[in-house]
Design a protein around this ligand. Structure first.
Ligand code: CUA
Length: 157
């Protein structure tokens, strides 16, 4: 009779532990997921990027005397537009989104580097002072063509 009671106790205790572990894993990862998403960032439906007022026709847009906004759509395995041209001595803000998987956008030779997550609009600003050609690369593994995913930023004098 006593042994039976102990068995019941340990059976119950192990169930509590198992449920506890599951809750920890579930809520732990949910908590992490929420922490990674900045709620203040605008969102976008990755399946309707083409209908978006800014991303439907991505490219360079002048927003101030020396200020430009460039909308860029990332897909496996290219950026649209792939070649971006801005004048020297300008401030360029890239607005980025992905239609498929996680990519990144890194302007070689600058500290501009951001992840591009489907459903989110990432933003990164570059001071385009020096004329020249700057490579744009994807530094987030996104599939078989990842290493071919690149673009070009040309800062014209
Ligand atoms: Cu896109 Cu790697």
């Amino acid at each position: 009779m006593n042994i039976h009671t102990y068995e019941k106790f340990w059976l119950g205790a192990s169930m509590v532990l198992i449920v506890g572990f599951i809750l920890t894993i579930t809520y732990g990862s949910v908590g992490l997921g929420i922490a990674m998403v900045d709620d203040s960032e605008p969102t976008i439906n990755p399946e309707n990027v083409g209908d978006h007022p800014d991303f439907g026709d991505p490219g360079v847009e002048q927003v101030g005397e020396n200020e430009y906004v460039v909308h860029v759509v990332a897909v496996q395995f290219a950026y649209f537009p792939g070649e971006i041209e801005v004048p020297a001595d300008s401030t360029v803000t890239f607005k980025l989104t992905s239609e498929d998987v996680i990519h990144s956008f890194s302007v070689v030779g600058t500290n501009a580097n951001t992840m591009i997550i489907p459903g989110e609009i990432a933003s990164v600003t570059v001071e385009a002072d020096e004329p020249g050609e700057y490579g744009i690369v994807c530094s987030e593994y996104c599939g078989s063509g990842h290493h071919d995913m690149e673009g070009k930023l040309t800062v014209v004098p």
